[in-house]
Design a protein around this ligand. Structure first.
Ligand SMILES: [Zn+2]
Length: 251
């Protein structure tokens, strides 16, 4: 069920154990070959996949389509909400949901820059609402073991707008992908401990803007992206996502 497509009396009657998904994403540069809406469209795609599998047993809130993207702001078109404001927005939305008695809230995240504040939300809101289940799921993290074998570009290839995001967009919205403008890997190396991507997290965090990390705005290897790979990534992630959301329902 999509929250905003129901009527108020319908929401009032829904089983309060129904997991409520709050999708959070971003509107930001994804290089020359992918649209600014990439993270939103990937997030909406996974919401639809969960909805297709669980229809009446899940509630999907309206998408938060602007997130924490200050580090992308050297590239035109990127929009951003400051971390502290974003945290407060998430708390306000979750407070609203809680008011109607729902007990399970899951952030469904499709943007790297939202991970830290999403985790803070889980800790802050979870502590204040210990009778509830509060969780965050980031799509590329929930099925790492199954996704890694599909990485053909090697370490550092599946970063921002790289092999996996490009593959997913070729699957979801091919009309918005221009592979003629996809670049070869342009990652700027610093210390080995600071290098990582979606699949291989860095050992430590070293602050750099995206422009410092990569002059093209793409961190990774988009030329390895294919539609077929996108379909397979989607299948694997959906399988794990649905299993986790079902877990929350059965508690
Ligand atoms: Zn992205």
């Amino acid at each position: 069920m999509y929250w905003d497509q129901l009527t108020s009396p319908q929401v009032a009657q829904i089983d309060k154990n129904t997991p409520v998904l709050l999708p959070i994403s971003a509107t930001e540069q994804h290089g020359a070959h992918l649209p600014l809406a990439t993270d939103r469209m990937i997030g909406e795609h996974f919401c639809k996949c969960v909805h297709d599998a669980m229809t009446d047993n899940v509630l999907i809130l309206p998408m938060m389509s602007i997130g924490c993207s200050e580090h992308h702001s050297d590239f035109a078109g990127s929009l951003s909400i400051q971390h502290v404001n974003f945290l407060n927005i998430l708390i306000d939305i979750a407070d609203s949901v809680t008011k109607y008695g729902f007990k399970n809230i899951i952030l469904l995240n499709s943007h790297g820059g939202n991970q830290a504040i999403g985790q803070t939300f889980v800790e802050v809101f979870g502590y204040r609402n210990q009778n509830m289940q509060i969780a965050m799921l980031t799509w590329w993290r929930i099925a790492l073991g199954q996704l890694i074998p599909h990485n053909q570009s090697g370490k550092g290839g599946c970063g921002h707008a790289g092999e996996f995001e490009t593959s997913l967009m070729l699957h979801i919205a091919p009309h918005l992908v221009n592979m003629n403008l996809a670049n070869t890997k342009s990652n700027v190396a610093t210390y080995p401990w600071a290098e990582g991507d979606l699949l291989y997290g860095a050992k430590g965090s070293l602050y750099r803007t995206m422009q410092e990390m990569t002059p093209t705005g793409v961190y990774g290897s988009p030329l390895y992206g294919t539609k077929e790979k996108g379909k397979e990534i989607s299948r694997i992630v959906t399988q794990h996502l649905v299993a986790i959301v079902r877990d929350m329902l059965s508690c």
